[in-house]
Design a protein around this ligand. Structure first.
Ligand SMILES: [Zn+2]
Length: 195
């Protein structure tokens, strides 16, 4: 067991052990529970970040429940479902700001790395890859949203440009949020705004 205080599930960890671990952590949370259970998105800000478990947006910005609306997916990509949540936040929560927060060493930046791509392709298997291609009509690598190695800043800017274009075609200018690119450094914990 690595000495990093993290909880690890092993191959033989069962559902009851997992539930027990989560509930004991939840007891800790119940004692410190702060923020609001009535107000939603008091900062009128949406943050789209990567699903990576090291990117804990609420903790990175030290915000409380009720302050910030956080959306996550692999590679902080603008997808149809993200668009759906963004529109709801704009119209129902009066969101004024949208931050796309990428991070260094993102696991989605594998394009150009032959070994990583081959490893992934092998794990997924031809059957799954063929089905994804058939169902989505896209190259699976494109569908997953992988981007070139080390290009986390560029990916953030691509996503920002894309959502700006989509929203400008979809909603009135007065409802258009201010869209801000940003990058989180996994090593130092620092956030840099890229605009
Ligand atoms: Zn990532």
């Amino acid at each position: 067991m690595p000495e990093d205080n993290l909880c690890y599930c092993e191959e033989d960890t069962d559902k009851e052990e997992l539930k027990s671990m989560l509930l004991s952590r939840n007891e800790i949370w119940m004692k410190i529970k702060d923020g609001s259970d009535t107000v939603n998105d008091s900062m009128r800000t949406i943050i789209l970040s990567c699903v990576d478990s090291r990117v804990q947006v609420e903790r990175i910005f030290n915000v409380k429940p009720g302050e910030l609306l956080v959306l996550k997916n692999a590679g902080n990509m603008i997808t149809e479902d993200i668009l759906r949540s963004v529109l709801i936040a704009i119209y129902e929560l009066s969101a004024k700001f949208l931050i796309v927060l990428g991070h260094t060493r993102c696991g989605m930046s594998i394009l150009g790395d032959k070994n990583k791509i081959e490893h992934l392709m092998t794990k997924l298997g031809k059957n799954t890859l063929d089905k994804i291609e058939k169902q989505t009509g896209q190259d699976p690598l494109k569908w997953f949203g992988f981007f070139p190695q080390g290009q986390w800043c560029e990916n953030v800017k691509t996503q920002v440009n894309y959502i700006r274009q989509v929203l400008s075609e979809l909603i009135d200018g007065c409802n258009m949020p201010c869209i801000i690119p940003a990058l989180y450094d996994l090593d130092t914990g620092e956030v840099k705004f890229l605009d």
